[in-house]
Design a protein around this ligand. Structure first.
Ligand code: GP9
Length: 424
């Protein structure tokens, strides 16, 4: 059952959020190429090792006709990579019980891909592991993802880590893209930078120096650098094949690569960044929207999360979406950032434009931690009470809707309708 007061307060918060129409339809009718980048955290962006950038390609992309969201957070739970897909495409939180692609495999959905399909888009997914990993093959049709090219369909000419190398996946995908009816929505799930970050020597380009040599941070950085280079080559291929100018290229990190609770990783990253490695940094992932010829170059500092992906994309692509039909916000048209956190923290933890609040694992509110997001200085946990209530309300209402298979109804009538149902 729902806590009606909590939900009413949530509706009020949503109402108070400023909504405009900035950048509306900026990418209307374009092909969409989304790269969900395995384990890519934001701290690598514009960072250098021995004067060498870790992500030269992404850095350049960010500075050139792109919108870069520099305070964007992953919100995955149990379903890890598959949750990142689920949250981003649906604007709902993942199940708390089991991974969402299993928990809701029989549900009906309204997603970014189903909405684009109604506008005449075709769709395709590329992933270098088996089709049934995370039950993807079963749920993709209901998610609006029609073609699915997985390990079984590729020529396995180069294996790294747990599947086909990212380089090979990108290269082979272009032939499929060329055959697709335009406009298309294509979704890439990369793999090579998956834990334990094994990379053949020939691809290790960055000279780490003695301090980080042979550490988990070195392995991580080498695979991130590899992915960055492969994205660069992929973009060159798109240009060569005439698939670049009419496309929008979107890149975001799926979830953390290095766990702050691992002592070695924590010490290494803290020393690398020159500040303490904490929850907000661990969950922060890059989110880049590159629109060639779109004439927009921008950095968005509003706090946002994967839950905001669908509404933000919908605005850019001209998909009509009721403000109260998902839990996300259009990050190009709000200043009130709010991210309810899911993994590695107790429920009720959140990040806002002002603070980070981490609910205590013992369930005692007073034992929680809160700090100013800009200065890192501790703040009074009581000032986080409203955000704490909101985070819980969002996650519970989301779960209620999904459990009862009510997503289409919510899209038709809005989230408030759920309260009316409860009253009856
Ligand atoms: C497997 C790949 C990795 O198909 O998506 O998933 P993860 O282990 O990162 O959740």
């Amino acid at each position: 059952t729902l806590n009606v007061e909590q939900v009413q307060a949530l509706m009020k918060s949503i109402d108070s959020e400023k909504v405009g129409k900035n950048y509306h339809e900026l990418a209307k009718g374009r092909n969409v190429i989304v790269i969900q980048a395995e384990s890519i955290q934001n701290f690598v962006i514009n960072a250098t090792v021995n004067g060498e950038p870790i992500t030269p390609v992404l850095n350049e992309l960010i500075g050139n006709e792109s919108i870069y969201f520099d305070r964007y957070y992953e919100q995955v739970g149990w379903g890890n990579t598959s949750d990142a897909e689920f949250i981003s495409h649906n604007g709902f939180y993942p199940s708390k019980r089991i991974f969402s692609y299993k928990a809701y495999e029989k549900n009906e959905f309204v997603t970014l891909p189903t909405s684009l399909k109604e506008k005449g888009y075709s769709s395709i997914v590329f992933h270098g592991n088996y089709a049934n990993f995370w039950n993807r093959d079963v749920v993709y049709p209901a998610q609006g993802l029609d073609a699915y090219i997985s390990l079984e369909d590729f020529k396995v000419d180069e294996e790294i880590g747990i599947g086909l190398s990212d380089g090979s996946m990108f290269r082979q995908s272009v032939d499929f893209l060329k055959e697709l009816p335009k406009p298309f929505y294509s979704f890439y799930i990369t793999l090579t930078s998956h834990h334990p970050f094994d990379l053949p020597e020939e691809y290790k380009v960055i000279e780490m120096g003695p301090k980080y040599q042979d550490t988990v941070l070195e392995k991580y950085i080498q695979t991130v650098n590899y992915l960055d280079a492969q994205i660069g080559e992929f973009i060159e291929l798109l240009k060569l094949e005439g698939l670049y100018d009419d496309s929008m290229i979107v890149i975001y990190g799926d979830h953390k690569g290095l766990d702050m609770r691992d002592e070695e990783a924590n010490e290494l990253i803290s020393s690398f960044m020159g500040r303490e490695y904490k929850e907000d940094e661990m969950h922060k992932v890059p989110f880049i929207v590159h629109i060639p010829g779109g004439g927009v170059q921008k950095e968005v500092n509003t706090v946002g999360g994967q839950i905001d992906f669908f509404p933000t994309m919908a605005n850019l692509l001209g998909v009509e979406l009721n403000l109260k039909s998902t839990f996300g916000k259009d990050l190009l048209n709000t200043e009130n950032g709010f991210v309810a956190m899911q993994s590695h923290v107790a429920q009720g933890s959140f990040i806002s434009n002002e603070m980070v609040f981490i609910m205590s694992n013992d369930g005692v509110f007073e034992n929680s931690r809160a700090w100013d997001i800009h200065t890192g200085e501790p703040v009074d946990v009581y000032s986080a009470r409203e955000g704490f209530e909101r985070a819980i309300a969002e996650i519970n209402l989301s779960e209620y809707i999904l459990k009862n298979d009510l997503v289409p109804l919510v899209h038709e009538k809005g989230l408030e309708k759920i309260l009316e149902l409860e009253d009856k």
